[in-house]
Design a protein around this ligand. Sequence first.
Ligand SMILES: [Fe+2]
Ligand SMILES: [Fe+2]
Length: 196
Amino acid sequence: MTQEQARELVKSRLSHKRYKHTLNVKDMAVALAQRYGADEEKAALAALLHDAAKEMTRQEMLQIFSDNAIMAKNAAQRPFPVWHGVAAAILCVTRWGVTDPQILSAIECHTTGRAGMTLLDKILYMADATSAERSYPGVEALRREQMQNLDLALLHSLEQSIGFVQEKGGELDPETLAACRDMRRRVAGLAGGSPT
Ligand SMILES: [Fe+2]
Ligand SMILES: [Fe+2]
């Protein structure tokens, strides 16, 4: 799938507001890919498709999960806000011919992160958290930090996200906690590691 095809696809599936968000995430993902030497084309495609399932109903997504149980894993048991990433990754493979495992992984975990995130996973997570239209307190600091130290920015973004869900009394996804623990270990490891 080309970027143009992905753009057209999501334009037809999303509200104007979410389509604008998607284009902003794509711009940020490409900027981060340039900064960290990731594949810009994959970053752009993953970003364009990341919210492609966001406006589907709960019932539609449940159907996708039951039709593709192996790929869906335990998605239906996880908090609802997580579902659309898993559903989009399944649609990529089953309907849209996008099979690159790096792109699929980034789309699947873009809401929660996970332990052992790849560079592309991190780029999409951060691009989604810091896209141009976002205006929550602290987003400016994250935008600066992610250009200096992606892992540290990711850790801070995960911590904020956990704090936000806890404050609202929402349900925390275990993958977010696993991602946060993993990034804490990595960041501490780098800080305390012997110079090479
Ligand atoms: Fe999303
Ligand atoms: Fe998004």
